[in-house]
Design a protein around this ligand. Structure first.
Ligand code: SF4
Ligand code: SF4
Length: 174
């Protein structure tokens, strides 16, 4: 059995306050809680107030190539843009990229160093648009790549392994 952690998102309850973006970016700042910058957040709220659309999206996998086919969703008579529900850090948009380095951002369920009882974005969402569940599912616990591995992989894809290796060696020499 493996432990599966799920954040449920209810777009109808989100009012676009962006508290989730603030706390996530503060938690991931260096030093921790030293700044807030939504662009560093692993959760982003896509919004269009004129259409009463607020969609919190949590960063998922990095993808090297953008997709060819996209969908427009109509839910409760609201029309959502093609990429509204997509969690990918992808070349076709600026979302989920670290603003200084361009490295992909991915939600770590706030477990990087100090595990949270409940993810911080869930704790800070006073409208209950985000709720948290842990459940057990059949299957083996799979080992997930860490943030550093994902970042290095994307650098290698962008610049090639030799450039990345030479740069690391140069940095290590100081
Ligand atoms: S904290 Fe909750 S209500 Fe506020 S923007 Fe985030 S998901 Fe929406
Ligand atoms: S679970 Fe934690 S890391 Fe993931 S989006 Fe929410 S605050 Fe950010």
């Amino acid at each position: 059995m493996k432990q599966v952690k799920v954040i449920k998102i209810d777009v109808d309850k989100c009012n676009g306050c962006r508290a989730c973006e603030a706390i996530c970016s503060a938690f991931h700042a260096a030093p921790k809680y030293s700044s807030t910058n939504p662009e560093r957040s692993r959760i982003r709220v896509l919004f269009d107030p004129l259409k009463d659309i607020y969609v919190p999206v949590i960063a998922g996998e990095y993808t090297e190539a953008e997709c060819n086919g996209r969908n427009i969703y109509t839910i409760n008579e609201k029309e959502y843009d093609e990429c509204s529900f997509c969690r990918a850090s992808c070349p076709s948009r600026e979302l989920f990229k670290e603003p200084d380095s361009g490295l992909p951002l991915k939600c770590d369920m706030c477990e990087e160093k100090s595990p949270q009882e409940e993810p911080l974005c869930v704790q800070w969402c006073i409208n209950d648009a985000l709720t948290y569940e842990e459940k057990e599912e059949e299957g083996e616990e799979e080992e997930k790549p860490g943030e550093m591995e994902i970042g290095l992989e994307s650098l290698v894809k962008k610049y090639g392994v030799k450039t990345v290796r030479d740069t690391l060696a140069r940095i290590a020499k100081g």
